[in-house]
Design a protein around this ligand. Sequence first.
Ligand SMILES: Nc1nc2c(c(=O)[nH]1)N[C@H]1C(S)=C(S)[C@@H](COP(=O)(O)O)O[C@H]1N2
Ligand SMILES: [Mo]
Length: 410
Amino acid sequence: MNYSKRNRRGFLKNTAALASLAAGGAELTKAQTPGTPAKRVDELIAYGERSRYVNSIRVPVSERHSPDEFGLTFHVLTPLQDSVGIITPSSLHYTATHRGAIVPDIDPREHRLMIHGMVDRPLVFTMDELRRLPYVSRIHFIECLGNRARPMHKTVQETHGLTSCAEWTGVPLSLLLKEAGVQAEASWIVAEGAEEVKGASSIPLAKAMDDCIVCYAQNGEPIRPQQGFPLRLMVPGFEGIYQIKYLRRIKVVDRYYMTYDDYGHINPDAKVAALTHQIGPKSVITFPSGGQQLSGAGFYEISGLAWSGAAAVGGVEVSTDGGANWQKAELRSPALSMAHARFGFHWNWDGKECVLMSRCTDELGTVQPTRAEIAKYWNEPVEKVRVRGADNSVQPWRIASDGSVHNGLS
Ligand SMILES: Nc1nc2c(c(=O)[nH]1)N[C@H]1C(S)=C(S)[C@@H](COP(=O)(O)O)O[C@H]1N2
Ligand SMILES: [Mo]
């Protein structure tokens, strides 16, 4: 038997197997979607959807309902309790729209990006022009400064859901700025979004020339409207407000601009200012976390996320006794710079009440502080400490002896 004959026979056999599989598959589909109109099936072929048995959803922050009575959306939280790996699906990426709260409906053919101010050649780009330029893809987290754990929060979605991580693709901002020719006296840029409220953020020129990206894609497709379609600025490691959505203008300037958005985000108190801007090393256990239920003593794999706005995650430690002892966790994903990293830790629960915690150290050696350390820094009692700037404190989860999991913040 020559090679091609044998192969052909194998192929026929496989085809039969595939055909019977396909028949079974078709029947299953029919059975699972009773009365589904044909058009719907065509749509699912054209653009996929998750299983109807998967129901992980975003929820609005409890402090402010979304959509509100005017139909406006505010801060909407990622379901971190269901997260695996390090990429947040685009449909579950957290959303923060503080500027008028209406997601603009922008036609990319009409969208423009202007770069002007202290440059030799002011430039205006169409989306097509931007797409012709060399681009990079980077995995980075975004985190809102408002991502603060409070004792009233029940789940990790509520305590930590204002952070997400995605692959962002676009043109390095440095390339565009070099093209425009930044003048010697320039020291800042102001980046502006296209909504009615022209929200803008001041960003140090050094950062703009370093690793910022003018992005048009997220997780392999055009950025979603809630994330800034058609264009957003990625300022890796900096707090959320710098990641300007609907980016339409970058002005090169020689001073810090006190814009509508900068106000309140940069603080005259140096102690507070040190805690804004760049996100400090942070981590949280996503399983087991608040609201989840353990089914009894025995083996569990503790899983969580760690990140830092300054560098890659260097290491994560886990405590199963409320912070008395710490043990090294293992990284279960690549530790990418300014991206979420996934950690895991083998744990044998003895069925007694205990408190689980995680602590991140970034590559630069900076260690995530406990709540008690933050209280000491501010010279306040730990129960009353008011977190200023970004809250990167250690999150405790209390496991009750019945296996229920609770927020350990009091
Ligand atoms: N144009 C524009 N950019 C914006 C905002 C906004 O309301 N408008 N919100 C900012 C804030 S406060 C945060 S935390 C992030 C949130 O990004 P996301 O909604 O994609 O998660 O976008 C920032 N960029
Ligand atoms: Mo934010």
